[in-house]
Design a protein around this ligand. Structure first.
Ligand code: AHG
Ligand code: MN
Ligand code: MN
Length: 336
């Protein structure tokens, strides 16, 4: 059987699901940028890419060199092709304007250029997360600039979402709304090759992921739920659970997509102004679309993540996602 590359998969999607040519091009360009980021990540100290960039992003986080570099790679790859009306990123305060010398297109691209930055310097998996939206009609103001409002669409409006994981293998996980496909980078060919068709999150699980060091700051429903998981076979859930926490959302979600589990980053009381740590537009929404497309569920504890009407580009939300049974259980505890 001949191998199905990402290009071939996308062309076949145009035939079977009418995927527009400019969306196909967009995904190819993002995938190319991810290959470049993968290359930079894998060079590590040899490429001089480790360590801090000595700057801060809008969220007050110290940027790593690779955060900045990955952001630049994605911007440069995507600005000239005529497929985008604008971009937004974790690493930029405001919407990125397509330079006037290039044509503008129908889509908006939102990304977390490098997820799991705290893992870069210790050689643990990191990734890139992206979300694609349509630019609403008349999204440009009179002076031809694109405002933040154009991006503020609920996750249900995403036309594509995906992530690249830079781990032992580099993989691209993609959904165009017709299931979730996994591609592995073949470094000899230089192509992403379809290796995981129609990924499905198992409905039930015995594995959970949460940063336990925040336990004392959690809200009651989360304390109750995790307490029951820890109680194991002798507790109300009647089975033993295992725990994993990589601190790269991409890597934790990838494990869950592969063998099930529940991922939680709840709201906590450390900073009452922050409703959770993860960002809606470029972390929670794309991951929720992927997980739902793979048969799992994703909520804030009280609401389906994809239904949230965003109020700002860098908005944070609590996240519970993964195997349906467990996400529904912890969501139920928030209602009790
Ligand atoms: P980023 O590196 O893009 O800022 O995201 C890091 C996020 C996410 O990947 C991970 O799940 C979480 O932060 C880890 O948080 P803790 O360090 O609080 O465990
Ligand atoms: Mn992130
Ligand atoms: Mn990041």
């Amino acid at each position: 059987m001949s191998r199905v590359t990402l290009s071939r998969y996308l062309i076949e999607q145009t035939r079977s699901n009418n995927t527009p040519a400019d969306l196909r091009f967009l995904i190819e360009v993002v995938a190319r940028a991810c290959k470049e980021i993968s290359h930079a990540v894998s060079k590590g100290a040899l490429g001089g890419v480790l360590g801090s960039a000595e700057s801060e992003n809008i969220q007050g986080e110290v940027q790593k060199k690779l955060d900045v570099l990955s952001n630049e790679i994605l911007l440069e790859a995507n600005e000239w092709g005529g497929h985008l009306a604008g971009m937004a990123s974790e690493e930029m305060d405001n919407a990125y304007q397509i330079p006037g010398k290039y044509p503008k297109g129908a889509y908006l691209l939102v990304f977390d250029p490098l997820d799991g930055s705290s893992n870069i310097d210790v050689n643990v998996s990191v990734g890139t997360i992206f979300s694609v939206l349509r630019c609403p009609n008349q999204c440009f103001s009179q002076n031809d600039s694109l405002g933040e409002e154009a991006f503020l669409q609920p996750g249900t409006e995403q036309v594509a979402a995906g992530y690249a994981i830079y781990g032992p293998q580099t993989m691209l996980i993609l959904t165009l709304g017709h299931g979730v496909m996994g591609f592995t980078l073949d470094r000899e060919l230089g192509s992403f090759v379809l290796t995981h068709e129609h990924l499905q999150v198992p409905q039930s699980t015995a594995e959970f992921a949460i940063n336990m060091s925040n336990q004392r700051h959690w809200e009651e429903p989360v304390k109750r739920y995790v307490g029951e998981l820890l109680a194991g076979k002798e507790g109300p859930l009647g089975k033993n659970y295992n725990m994993r926490w990589i601190a790269s959302m991409v890597a934790d979600v990838h494990r869950i997509l592969t063998r099930g589990g529940i991922f939680m980053y709840p709201r906590d009381a450390r900073d009452p102004s922050m409703p959770g740590k993860l960002r809606l537009m470029y972390e929670a929404n794309p991951m929720s679309m992927i997980i739902e497309q793979a048969g799992g569920a994703a909520t804030t504890g009280t609401q389906r993540i994809l239904d949230i009407q965003p109020s700002s580009l860098h908005q944070r939300v609590p996240v519970f996602l993964g195997s349906k049974e467990e996400v529904e259980r912890v969501t139920g505890y928030h209602q009790a």
